[in-house]
Design a protein around this ligand. Structure first.
Ligand code: SAH
Ligand code: DHB
Ligand code: MG
Length: 230
């Protein structure tokens, strides 16, 4: 298993070296995060680029991110925006937000990106009150036990054709354990069950291996505005 994990990381590195041009801004973002003592739980470079591609393929102009950390995924996503695009990212920890703001400033993205500090659930309520919706693209990557609530909010803040991506939905395969006592795994399970029941959504989830081990993400498309099955 250890050997296999080494291989996954090696292939991730190979693909990133080959397909992602040297990027001093993103590299410095990771260095600054490290210096500030932030946990190394940013998306991998290859997943960051996949998020970027998804946002471009969709033509996203308004992006919402739940869980900023040091702004690594934020940078990948914000770079997918057109000149008049906007990204709002929600973060609980003031220190994370400070590091992210400095990184985004250096990336030349401050004009397009707004980071809001506080409990995401409160910030989401405020976004609704401020009529900031709809968002074209929503990336959920914060505290996993709240994933079912974030799904509820994502549905409220989106439109027909919006894309929702949720990170870390495989958790080393632990999601198949119905008796798990891990609140994060339970959050993912409830999230996926709600996705399945939700008539407005068409979705799938994909397992990934790589530099961050064995995990995965879910991708949801809003394909109907009908709230109830008739
Ligand atoms: N998207 C980032 C990684 C996010 S890590 C990237 O890939 O680069 C998860 C982040 O969610 C952490 O910074 C954590 O502080 C934040 N978070 C945790 N609970 C939260 C909450 N209740 N509201 C808002 N943010 C929260
Ligand atoms: C964790 C969170 C993440 O967003 C991630 O990508 C990896 C791990 C965590 O909380 O352990
Ligand atoms: Mg994540």
């Amino acid at each position: 298993m250890e050997q296999l994990e080494k291989k996954w990381a090696e292939v991730d590195q190979y693909l990133a070296d080959l397909l992602i041009p040297a990027d001093p801004v993103l590299e410095q973002t990771l260095q600054e995060n490290d210096k500030a003592g932030l946990p190394k739980i940013d998306v991998s470079p290859n997943l960051g680029k996949l998020l970027h591609l998804f946002a471009r393929i969709q033509g996203a102009k308004r992006i919402l991110e739940i869980g900023t950390l040091g702004g690594y995924s934020t940078t990948w996503l914000a770079r997918a925006l057109p000149a008049d695009g906007k990204l709002i990212s929600l973060e609980l920890e003031p220190k994370h937000a400070d590091v992210a703001r400095a990184n985004l400033e250096r990336a030349g993205l401050s004009e397009k990106v707004e980071i809001r500090v506080g409990e995401a659930l409160s910030s989401l309520e405020l976004l609704k009150q401020e009529k900031q919706a709809p968002f074209d693209f929503i990336f959920i990557d914060a505290d996993k036990p709240n994933n079912p609530h974030y799904l509820t909010w994502a549905l409220q803040l989106s439109r027909l054709g919006s894309v929702i991506i949720c990170d870390n939905v495989i958790r080393k395969g632990e999601i198949t354990n119905p008796d798990t006592e891990d609140a994060s795994v339970q959050g993912v399970q409830r999230f996926l069950e709600r996705v399945e029941m939700e008539p407005r959504l068409t979705a799938t989830a994909i397992q990934t291996v790589g530099s961050k081990g064995y995990d995965g993400f879910a991708i949801l498309l809003i394909t109907s505005e009908e709230e109830q099955r008739s």
